[in-house]
Ligand binder design. Sequence first.
Ligand code: C2E
Ligand code: MG
Ligand code: MG
Length: 367
Amino acid sequence: MHHDRSRFSLFTSVVLYAIASSAWLLGSDRLFAWMLHQPVHHGFVQLLTDLSWIGFSCLYIVWLVRRDRHRPIPIQLVVAAPTQDDPSLGESTPDVHPVSQATSQDAKLYADLQQAIQRQEFRLCYQPIVLLTNEDLVGFEALIRWRHPIDGERSPVQFMPLVETTDLTAVVDAWVLEEACRQMKWWQQHYPIARSLVVSVNLSGQQFCQPNLVTWVKSILDSTGLPAKSLKLEVTETTLMKDAQLAVELLEQLNQIGVKLSIDDFGTGYSSLSYLYRFPMDTLKIDRSFLNHIDVDGEQVELVRTILMLAWNLGLDTIAEGIETPMQLAQLKSLRCTYGQGFLFSEPLEASEMGKFLKKCQQANHL
Ligand code: C2E
Ligand code: MG
Ligand code: MG
């Protein structure tokens, strides 16, 4: 769409230029003819006409440049190059948006997000993750929240896909990681129970693949003072499989600095089993879509059982995402899934609420 508009304005500019220059030539010819009959030197008249012609052209070019400088900067969408070994990437890859396909809605959302960064409209909520056998708190997942000044709360499902495919990712991911680590460190200083807990932070695909990932994570841990063992990074299965070889290398480096790692939304991507064995992960999170009907659907039960067996064989802990009902919980317990997260236990909590929750847990544990 942007492309068409710029082609149109270029065409208009050329036509305008042609009309203006014809008019000028016609006018200057008449002027030249009239001046020839005046008692002045011919060479001087020619020079005068040439100079004004050059002046006119310069003025026009300056106007064009200034006009373009004041146009809004077009949205810069980063196009991820498809890799050969990723079956999910083809001509119709959904997460690759050439600049020319950016919709006006995307442009508006992008501008809103830029403002949100400047006005600091983001905050983090924390959703508890519990041991399924006794519902003890083992950690929580940091989830971004955005309150738009006019539209109110906007779900990350609406805005994170755009953030993750633009140059905003670096800023947003850095803020999320830093804020989550800072908050966790604060809780650890004020509530001893938090020292054995782990905060999970979602990492976007683009940020995961950046060359200085490990240095970046390490510098945030150093600046906030959070021990590496208290941080778990969640990377989606789809991101890991986009460039599985690179993922193995990055995960190994993260593993070496002591950060924990989790495969998010497992079951929604196309995992290569051989690579799954090579990823030095700690946890596998079973996507919520597998739990929808787990209490009534035998096929879903078998699917979850298979995923759990795979995880055990890989030596991974398992977290079931999106547990909403006691029936789902009972089924997951009977399948011996270790951990869970979902509205049944708690919705994502504001930081202040999470603080109170930690205080309560601490009192219950006589710490
Ligand atoms: P996710 O990482 O898989 O996060 C879990 C999502 O499931 C969260 O949605 C959470 O609120 C929701 N959820 C948890 N329990 C239940 C339940 O029992 N029922 C239902 N219906 N939903 C449940 P949320 O916060 O809307 O986030 C959606 C996705 O947006 C996340 O999925 C993640 O992919 C992305 N996201 C959220 N926060 C961040 C962030 O800080 N950074 C990045 N890169 N992505 C984020
Ligand atoms: Mg997650
Ligand atoms: Mg998930």
